[in-house]
Design a protein around this ligand. Structure first.
Ligand code: NAD
Length: 254
């Protein structure tokens, strides 16, 4: 079968994390050239060794900073000469506390990375993309419903839907599509941290509790989010823009 991303250049932020790395692997397999972006060199080196591909490059950058965002754009243009696909995927969960007890500094940090980071990406990456490009933003089921204790995260993940819709409208003329992806609980480090924070003694019980809220009865794998990202990155989704794409094993419908 033809490679579905042959000749395309993709940027993936949070590229050393669970979803980012799984997506980089799939995109490389489908013929793309990929730049993974993450916070520090060590995690990027490690991910690069694992992915082990000649069409992979990395850039250390903090998505919440404009200068860093410009840096990974320049890096990509220098190394691969163009940008076709932008996966704004970096994010943090923050802490788990009711709003009345939630630390303001943590609220600011979650918003800076999860919301302003996506804003900066839309601002500095999309203008450099060519006609027919595709932007995907990782929101969450927490972008479409509330979860007690996750006020900052839920607000940030709702917020990116607004950015996605506006960016979709503003870039329609250039036939650049912009969509959001909404995973349920994913079987990777982020959920491990959340489970531990919610019950340090019994993280397995927390996992079971979350699984019980998913009609398919389990967490989603990072690779299953990558499958959605591939569809949205490929020309198969060429008429789809401004939409929310849920991958949650039925969680939101129950
Ligand atoms: P992860 O923690 O494995 O990966 C997140 C990556 O983002 C990490 O490698 C981290 O270093 C990076 N990152 C954090 N802050 C950054 C910054 N300022 N600049 C650059 N990189 C930064 O978790 P993941 O599941 O792969 O998360 C990817 C996205 O998926 C996030 O936006 C997250 O909110 C979203 N999401 C995750 C789940 C889940 O259950 N894991 C569910 C729904 C949505």
């Amino acid at each position: 079968m033809m490679e579905r991303l042959r000749g395309k250049v993709a940027i993936i932020t949070g590229g050393a994390g669970g979803i980012g790395k799984a997506t980089a692997k799939l995109f490389l397999h489908e013929g793309a050239k990929v730049v993974i972006v993450d916070l520090n060199k060590d995690v990027l080196e490690k991910a690069s060794l694992e992915l082990d591909h000649e069409n992979l490059s990395y850039c250390v950058a903090d998505v919440s900073k404009a200068t860093d965002t410009k840096k990974f754009v320049e890096h990509t243009l220098e190394v691969y000469d163009k940008i076709d696909i932008f996966f704004a995927n970096a994010g943090i969960e923050g802490t788990s506390k009711p709003i009345a007890e939630y630390p303001d500094e943590m609220f600011d940090k979650v918003i800076a990375i999860n919301l302003k980071g996506v804003w900066l990406g839309c601002k500095h990456v999309i203008p450099k993309m060519g006609e027919g490009g595709s932007v995907m933003i990782t929101s969450s089921v927490a972008g479409l419903k509330g979860f007690a204790g996750l006020g900052a995260y839920v607000a940030s993940k709702h917020g990116v839907i607004g950015l996605m819709r506006v960016a979709a409208l503003e870039n329609a003329e250039r036939k650049i599509r912009v969509n959001s992806i909404h995973p349920g609980p994913v079987n990777n480090d982020m959920m491990r941290r959340i489970e531990k924070e919610m019950d340090p003694e019994n993280p397995d019980q927390v996992m079971k509790g979350f699984e019980a809220t998913v009609p398919f009865g389990r967490y989603i794998e990072s690779s299953e989010i990558a499958d959605m990202a591939l569809f949205l990155a490929s020309d198969e989704s060429k008429f789809i823009t401004g939409c929310t794409h849920v991958v949650d094993g039925g969680m939101l419908t129950s």
